[in-house]
Design a protein around this ligand. Structure first.
Ligand code: PMP
Length: 451
């Protein structure tokens, strides 16, 4: 890229989740193209993309069929909406395909452009549902420490990550944050995984009783917490949590924005972790990250109450210009067809078990790796200062960030969440690429920690 263009980028663009002053000095990593699990920067350097971009490019970074679907749709009907009883062919096909694989058996689908809009829509639907059944005071939402649910006002307020709150002054008065199901860091000494899961459920019940169940509308939870640090819950966690929520008439909103569309080794994380959600948010994998499209799957019970209420008012007063956009929907239809043809669930299981065994082989005895986690094609390793008692490094040392940069220098793009390095590669990553990716992380750890 020309120097002028690069300078303009550095002067004009405010980046998401970036240190602006460092960016003004160092500028961006410019990605020019992608093939399969590889991306190439503007200087021609190749990187294995260990994170599918932001957990979303399930089918890699350029796909002829997705490109054709967008092109065909743009030439027929390139823009339209679904407000005021309008619809279009791709939307009709998309909701049919989503219903076929939905973790909620009898459902309705609401479409948005982004995951954050899907989070906000779930919360608004939960409130609407409670107003419809005469319980408007039942409105608090339980989230979890370490959670990520998006960047719009409500979605960000639901985040349990300090950087999402610092200096924003978000409205958090109706939000509660439960403990994260991160056994490695949150379990008591000698506590078994099952006892830990049971303790979290009883802590949740304590929180509900202290606040008053009649003030709480819903709990939102990712099956596997992604941006928090790839936390895989104990097997008994969700079944026990659901019992508590059901006892207190509190909805469960599953954020499947990362976990949906095969990532955990089933179509949805709700299947992997035995969750029976009332609503499910979907995004990212829905279009293999190739178009901004997202949505909410809604149980029939909620839909019926919402529809009655909206009909009595005259309209369901919620909607986005790009809800049910024909081009984004056409691409999502094609992505789901491809997933069905290539058996995305089977691929997640086979590529995932290779990833996890490669991680175990490289890091089980590593002096600076305290925990190795994985489910489906999603994994993480947690770096520690001392393996004897899993003491973490001081946050100021920014070890995870240094490892991420060292990986970049060695030709792999991964993401650090604190001192956890996450892995979420495209589904067609080859075994050789997986091994290279893991080897680069291994060398990066040596670069940073073994001098
Ligand atoms: N929920 C989860 C679990 C996510 O990972 C993300 C995106 N990283 C979102 C919500 C928000 O999605 P978007 O960035 O499309 O608004």
């Amino acid at each position: 890229m020309s120097n002028d263009r690069r300078a303009a980028e550095m002067q004009l663009h405010l980046h998401s989740q970036t240190n602006p002053r460092l960016h003004e000095a160092d500028g961006p990593l410019m990605i020019a193209e992608g093939r399969g699990a590889i991306v190439i920067d503007d200087a021609g350097r190749r990187y294995i993309e260990g994170m599918s971009g932001l957990w979303c490019a399930s089918l890699g970074f350029s796909n002829e069929r997705l490109a054709d679907a967008a092109y065909r749709q743009m030439r027929t009907l390139g823009a339209y909406h679904t407000a005021n009883h309008r619809s279009n062919e791709p939307v009709a096909e998309l909701v049919r395909l989503i219903e076929e694989i939905s973790p909620i058996p009898s459902c309705r689908i609401y479409l948005t452009s982004t995951g954050s809009e899907a989070t906000d829509s779930m919360v608004k639907l939960a409130w609407y549902y409670n107003c419809a059944r005469g319980k408007p005071e039942k409105r608090k939402i339980i989230s979890r420490q370490g959670a990520y649910h998006g960047s719009t006002v409500m979605a960000a307020a639901l985040c349990g990550l300090p950087n999402m709150h610092r200096a924003f002054n978000l409205p958090t008065q109706d939000i509660l944050y439960a403990r994260r199901p991160h056994y490695f860091r949150e379990a008591e000494p000698h506590e078994s995984v099952a006892s830990f899961g049971a303790r979290l459920a009883s802590e949740l019940e304590g929180m509900i009783l202290a606040e008053g169940a009649d003030t709480i509308a819903a709990m939102i939870a990712e099956p596997v917490m992604g941006a928090g640090g790839v936390f895989i819950p104990p097997e008994n966690y969700f079944p026990l949590i659901q019992e508590v929520l059901a006892r207190h008439d509190i909805l469960l909103l599953a954020d499947e924005i990362i976990c949906g569309f095969g990532r955990t080794g089933n179509w949805f994380g709700s299947e992997t972790f035995n969750i029976k959600p009332d609503m499910v948010s979907i995004a990212k994998g829905l279009s293999a990250g190739h178009m901004p499209i997202a949505g909410v799957i809604i149980s029939d019970r909620i839909y019926q109450a919402v529809a009655d209420q909206a009909a009595s008012i005259g309209v369901f007063g919620h909607g986005f210009t790009y809800s049910g956009h024909p081009v984004t929907s056409a691409v999502a239809v094609e992505a789901i067809r491809i997933y069905q043809e290539i058996d995305i669930v089977g691929l997640a299981r086979s590529a995932g078990s290779h990833l996890l065994s490669s991680l175990r082989q490289k890091f089980s005895d590593h002096e600076f790796v305290g925990d190795i986690r994985g489910v489906g094609l999603l994994g993480g390793i947690e770096i520690v200062a001392d393996r004897k008692d899993n003491t973490p490094f001081a946050p100021e040392e920014r070890i995870g960030a240094k490892v991420e940069m060292a990986c970049r220098r060695r030709g792999a793009l991964v993401r650090n969440m604190g001192d956890t390095i996450a892995f979420c590669p495209p589904f067609q990553i080859s075994e050789t690429e997986t091994e290279q990716l893991v080897e680069v992380v291994h060398q990066a750890l040596e670069d940073v920690l073994i001098k």
